[in-house]
Design a protein around this ligand. Structure first.
Ligand code: 1QQ
Length: 378
C-alpha cells in the first residue's frame, strides 16, 4: 500500500513537472515615455498594459501561457527608443513590441522592428504615415487623418466658424501632422485662416503668438500640441483675454486627463476627437474604469484605455497561433494572425485593423464640460 502511494505521488509529481514545462512565458516588450513631460501620456499607457496583463494572467494566461511584460522607459527620445527596441529584439527576445509613446520616436524605432520582422504595435501614435513604415507596424490609436476632418466639420457647424487661427509645434511629427490635416480640413470647410503660429517643444512662453492671435479675433484656435504645451497655451490665452467662447480645437495631444488637470477652467469647452471617453456607459468600459481606478487610485484616460484594449487585441492574435518556441518564427506567424483581428469588443468600442493595419473604430467628437470629457457629437 505504502509503495502504491509513493508511486502515485511520484507519477503525479512527474506529470506536474511535464505540465509546468509546457507552459511558456510570452514575453512582450513595452516601451513608453515614463519620465519627463511626455510621461503624462506614457504612465497611463503603461498602467493600462499592466492591468490587462494582470487580468489575462489571473484568468489563466493565453492557453495556459503567462504574459510577461518587459517594461522600459524610452524617455520620449528617438535614440532611447532605438536602443530599447534593439534590447527587446536581440537580448530579451520578446515576441512583440508595444510603443513608443510619440509618433516622433516611432518614425525612428519602428523601421528596426519592421526590418527584423517583429510586430510593433503603437497605442498612441496618430501621425500620418506610421503604418506605411512596413507590414510589421500596427496601431489601435485612431489616426489624425481619420478623426480631424470630422472634428473640424462638427466644430464648424456647431460654432458657426468662419475665420480661425492655428498654432502648432513645428518640431514634432504628430503636431506637424495635426497641423497639416487641420489645414486640409479647414480648407474643405472653406474657412479662412487669419493666422498661423508655431512653437517648439519645451517652450513655456506663448504670449507673442497668442497676442497676435488675439489681435486678429478668430472664431476658434486650432492647435497641434502635446499636452504640456497645449495646457500652457490655453492657460496663457485666457490670461491674455482670449475668452472661453473662442474654443481651442486639438488633435490627439488634447485627449489626456492632464489637459483638464493643468488647464482647469481655461480648458473648459476645448474640443478633440477620440473613440473613448471615461463616462462611456458600456459595461466593459465601466468594469475597466472601476478596476483601473481601484488599482491606481485615479481614473484612466484615453491613453490607458487604448493600451488596455491593445493588449487584449494582441492576445487575440497570440491565441490564434501555436507557439513553436522559435521566437523568430513565432513573430512572423503572429504578424499574420494579428492582421486578421476584426470586430474586437473593447473599452473603446468595436475595433478592427483595416488593410493597412490602422485602427478602424468609430470616433467621437468630445469637449471638456465641467472638468470632464463629454460627447460634443457622435
Ligand atoms: C503621437 C501622439 C501623441 C499625443 C502621443 C502621446 O498622438 O505622437 O502620435
Amino acid at each position: 500500500m505504502k509503495i502504491f502511494i509513493r508511486i502515485t505521488v511520484f507519477v503525479a509529481f512527474v506529470l506536474s513537472l511535464a505540465f509546468t514545462a509546457q507552459a511558456a512565458e510570452i514575453k512582450i516588450g513595452v516601451t513608453e515615455a515614463l519620465t519627463g513631460p511626455v510621461a503624462k501620456y506614457g504612465v497611463p499607457i503603461k498602467n493600462g498594459f499592466v492591468l490587462a496583463a494582470d487580468e489575462i494572467n489571473a484568468a489563466g494566461g493565453i492557453k495556459g501561457n503567462k504574459i510577461v511584460l518587459v517594461i522600459e522607459d524610452e524617455q520620449a527620445k528617438k535614440e532611447e527608443a532605438i536602443n530599447v527596441f534593439k534590447k527587446f529584439i536581440f537580448q530579451d527576445k520578446v515576441l512583440a513590441i508595444f510603443g513608443p509613446t510619440l509618433s516622433n520616436s516611432a518614425f525612428a524605432s519602428d523601421p528596426i522592428a519592421n526590418k527584423e520582422k517583429i510586430v510593433v504595435f503603437g497605442t498612441s501614435n496618430t501621425a500620418e504615415g506610421i503604418t506605411d513604415i512596413g507590414p510589421y507596424v500596427f496601431r489601435n490609436s485612431v489616426a489624425e487623418a481619420d478623426i480631424l476632418p470630422i472634428v473640424t466639420k462638427v466644430a464648424t457647424k456647431k460654432l458657426g466658424l468662419k475665420k480661425v487661427a492655428i498654432i502648432y509645434g513645428n518640431d514634432d511629427s504628430m503636431t506637424k501632422s495635426t497641423y497639416e490635416i487641420f489645414l486640409r480640413s479647414i480648407k474643405a470647410e472653406k474657412l479662412e485662416v487669419v493666422d498661423t503660429e508655431t512653437f517648439a517643444k519645451g517652450d513655456i512662453d506663448f504670449s507673442a503668438q497668442l497676442t497676435k492671435i488675439k489681435s486678429l479675433n478668430p472664431d476658434a484656435v486650432f492647435c497641434g500640441a502635446l499636452v504640456e504645451e497645449a495646457s500652457n497655451i490655453i492657460l496663457q490665452a485666457r490670461k491674455l483675454g482670449i475668452p472661453n467662447k473662442i474654443r481651442f480645437i486639438g488633435g490627439n495631444g488634447f485627449n489626456s486627463a492632464k489637459l483638464i488637470e493643468i488647464g482647469g477652467a481655461a480648458a473648459e469647452g476645448s474640443i478633440s476627437g477620440s473613440p473613448w471617453f471615461l463616462d462611456d456607459p458600456s459595461k466593459i468600459n465601466q468594469t475597466f474604469v472601476k478596476a483601473y481606478t481601484k488599482k491606481y487610485g485615479m481614473a484612466p484616460d484615453q491613453f490607458a484605455a487604448q493600451a488596455y484594449d491593445a493588449l487584449y487585441i494582441m492576445a487575440e492574435g497570440i491565441k490564434a497561433i501555436s507557439l513553436s518556441g522559435n521566437v523568430e518564427k513565432d513573430r512572423t506567424t503572429l504578424r499574420d494572425a494579428l492582421a486578421k483581428v476584426k470586430n474586437f469588443k473593447g473599452v473603446g468600442g468595436l475595433f478592427s485593423f483595416n488593410e493597412s493595419r490602422d485602427a478602424e473604430q468609430k470616433g467621437r467628437v468630445l469637449y471638456i464640460k465641467n472638468g470632464k470629457f463629454a460627447i460634443y457629437a457622435e
